[in-house]
Design a protein around this ligand. Sequence first.
Ligand SMILES: Nc1ncnc2c1ncn2[C@@H]1O[C@H](COP(=O)(O)OP(=O)(O)O)[C@@H](O)[C@H]1O
Ligand SMILES: [Mg+2]
Length: 316
Amino acid sequence: MTLRAFEATDAPLISARGLTKRFGDFVAVDGIDLDVHRGEAFGFLGPNGAGKSSTMRMIGCVSPPSDGSLRILGLDPGADGSRIRSRLGVVPQRDTLDEELTVRENILVYGRYFGLSKAVVRERAAELLEFAQLADRADSVVEPLSGGMKRRLTIARSLVNEPELLLLDEPTTGLDPQARHVLWDRLFRLKRSGVTLVLTTHYMDEAEQLCDRLVVMDGGAIVAEGSPRQLIAEHSTREVLELRFAVDDHAPYQAKVADLARRIEVLPDRLLLYVDDGDAAAAAVHDRGLTPLSVLVRRSTLEDVFLHLTGRTLID
Ligand SMILES: Nc1ncnc2c1ncn2[C@@H]1O[C@H](COP(=O)(O)OP(=O)(O)O)[C@@H](O)[C@H]1O
Ligand SMILES: [Mg+2]
């Protein structure tokens, strides 16, 4: 009987209770609870400094928890770190490619760390380069490649051991919109093929695109948890009316329109009115003789959820 047969298939792949990371007196991760289940795409959404990477490094078994309990694939990272790591794929926040080697060599070298035979690694490298749309660059050195290509190579490399669980720390930060969409498409495919994805991001659109379920993190703590749709339903309204007036300070306008909205946010350059019907609210603003420079009606996003929960925007 194989070891895997002992594990209940519906047990969470990741289970954390009171998970804490301290650096000296500083608490980077402040007692978080979470469960990630097989086959889901799970996200940590939060601004810089929220504690996302510190959490990911504990899950990746490269940084020991300061407190709390953590089980990965049913195992204890303290006792079984290397066994767990052999079944994970890891895409760290910063690429750690060997820039002087070729694209293909980066995968070959990495595959050998896992003790895979040369023949197996060669075969997988060819498939992974195809998957990452890098087959035509297989024999180029890494250094001159674009950021998007390097990121795809890091993902291809992380898959060489056929991991059940793939950890991605800010997979698309710093990439242009087109490169991000190519990456998202590859991650969708992985998800469809049954790989459990755990990712961090400070982009609300990335979280909405990729995550079945996510936690919103701020200051080391989880401030909300749910699917993107649930989070928006729970913490925001259906629509948002954005009003921009030809003034430097939008605060004085707040009182003039506050009764039209369930909630209002004053940003330096605009007012956000949280409403069920944006067009109706815009008409009411107009009826009051107010003349905004611009009027925009849009759906609520996770950015609105974050603003509501923390009073701050995700990207400052
Ligand atoms: N090795 C470290 N030593 C001291 N402080 C750290 C270390 N790593 C992270 N921190 C601090 O912990 C907090 C959370 O960092 P991090 O987990 O990297 O957040 P995020 O990935 O969400 O941006 C930050 O304030 C950061 O400065
Ligand atoms: Mg980080």
